[in-house]
Write a protein that binds this ligand. Structure first.
Ligand code: IPE
Ligand code: IPE
Ligand code: MG
Length: 230
C-alpha cells in the first residue's frame, strides 16, 4: 500500500507567497513595502491556520535563487526576517506555534542564524501548529543533501529519504499571484500534493482566501494512484 496516505491527524499546507513586488509596484510603492505587507499576510495566515485544522504550515520566504535579486532587496528581506523574529517569537511560543527554519544557514548573517536557533529552541514544545519557514531554500539542494546523507548506508528506501528531508509530505500547495510553478519548492514532498493557484497577490491574502483554498482541497478526491473509494 502506498505510504502517501495522509495521517488523519496531520494536514500539511505549503504556500509559495508570491506577488509582493507586483502589489507594491502597482501602487507606485517600493518593492520592499510589498514584502512588509507580505509579513502581515503571513501573520494573519498563521493565526487562521489552526481553525482549518492545519497542523503543519510551510512557507517559502526566500529561495536560494532569490540571492540573484538586487542587494538592496535582499538586504531589506533579511532585515524583515530579523524584525519578524524579534517581534513574534514570544507570541509564537505563547500560542503554541512551533517555529522551524528549513534551508541553508551558512550564507545567512550570524546574527540571523542565532535568532533562528533561539526561535527554534524557544518554541520547540509548540503543538498547535508547526510552522516551517523556508529561507535560502532550494528543494534540489535539499534532495542532494539528503542523498549524501544516505549514501553511506544500505537503506536507499523512500522512507529513509523522507526521514532525511526537513518537511513532511504536502497535502495542499497554494501559490498566489497567478503563477503556476514550483520554483524549486518541496519537489519530493509535493509528489501527491493538491495544487491550488490563486490570482490574489500575497499581501492581499487573508483568512477568506485560505478558507477558499481549503474548501477547494476538500472537494478534490485524493487517490494516490488507486481508484476512488466506492
Ligand atoms: C514573493 O514576492 C516574495 C519573495 C520572492 C521574497 P515577489 O517579490 O516574488 O513578488 P513579484 O513576483 O515580483 O510580484
Ligand atoms: C518563489 O518566488 C520564491 C518565494 C516565493 C520566496 P519567485 O518570485 O522568486 O519565483 P519565480 O522567479 O517567479 O519562479
Ligand atoms: Mg515572484
Amino acid at each position: 500500500m502506498s505510504k502517501d496516505f495522509i495521517k488523519p491527524s496531520s494536514f500539511h499546507v505549503a504556500i509559495i507567497m508570491d506577488g509582493n513586488g507586483r502589489w507594491a509596484t502597482s501602487r507606485g510603492l517600493p518593492r520592499i513595502d510589498g514584502h512588509r505587507r507580505g509579513v502581515k499576510a503571513l501573520e494573519k495566515t498563521i493565526e487562521a491556520a489552526p481553525s482549518f485544522e492545519i497542523s503543519d504550515l510551510t512557507v517559502y520566504a526566500f529561495s536560494s535563487d532569490n540571492w540573484r535579486r538586487p542587494d538592496v532587496e535582499v538586504g531589506a528581506l533579511m532585515s524583515l526576517f530579523r524584525q519578524y523574529l524579534e517581534r513574534e517569537v514570544e507570541e509564537c511560543a505563547a500560542k503554541g506555534v512551533r517555529l522551524s527554519f528549513i534551508g541553508r544557514r551558512d550564507r545567512l548573517a550570524k546574527a540571523l542564524v542565532q535568532m533562528i536557533q533561539h526561535a527554534e529552541a524557544k518554541t520547540a514544545s509548540g503543538r498547535k501548529l508547526h510552522l516551517r519557514v523556508a529561507i535560502d531554500y532550494s528543494s534540489r539542494d535539499t534532495l542532494l543533501q539528503a542523498a549524501r546523507k544516505i549514501a553511506d548506508g544500505s537503506d536507499w528506501s523512500r522512507e529513509r529519504m523522507a526521514a532525511c528531508l526537513p518537511s513532511p509530505n504536502v497535502d495542499l500547495l497554494i501559490r498566489t499571484a497567478g503563477e503556476q510553478r514550483l520554483s524549486d519548492f518541496l519537489l519530493w514532498e509535493s509528489a501527491y500534493a493538491e495544487f491550488v493557484f490563486l490570482d490574489v497577490l500575497w499581501p492581499d491574502f487573508g483568512r477568506a482566501d485560505l478558507h477558499n483554498a481549503v474548501d477547494v482541497y476538500k472537494a478534490r478526491t485524493r487517490k494516490f494512484g488507486a481508484l476512488p473509494a466506492a
